[in-house]
Design a protein around this ligand. Structure first.
Ligand SMILES: [Zn+2]
Length: 111
């Protein structure tokens, strides 16, 4: 039994979970029978620029960090680790001085 590599990170350690395939490295789950073109993630920044994994961005407005009094200041740099197929907090980012957090795409600008 062998499965195709993970479409997000190319991991070969994909395993099957019910009808889905699961990647243990980036936690991506997908239906191998789904049509590929339905799977395109269209996430845009504050200027309408498409964002992709690995893009460098800056924060476009002051962002409060949930559950803390810390604020990420406008202009803070971040790197997108992963773009997710969600309604908000689509970006799994590594933010300068803060660390990993989920950020909403429309609150950043591509650097
Ligand atoms: Zn993966």
């Amino acid at each position: 039994m062998s499965f195709p590599p993970c479409p997000q990170c190319n991991s070969e350690y994909v395993y099957e979970d019910q009808n889905n395939l699961v990647c243990p490295e980036c936690a991506h789950e997908w239906d191998p029978n789904a049509v590929d073109t339905d799977d395109v993630i269209n996430v845009k920044d504050a200027n309408g620029t498409l964002l992709a994994d690995g893009d460098k961005v800056t924060v476009a407005k002051d962002l409060k960090i949930k559950g803390s009094s810390q604020v990420i200041k406008i202009g803070t740099k971040a790197v997108i680790r992963r773009v997710l197929d969600k309604k908000d907090h689509e970006l799994d980012c590594k933010v300068d001085g803060v660390g990993e957090m989920m950020v909403t795409a429309k609150f950043v600008k591509k650097a």
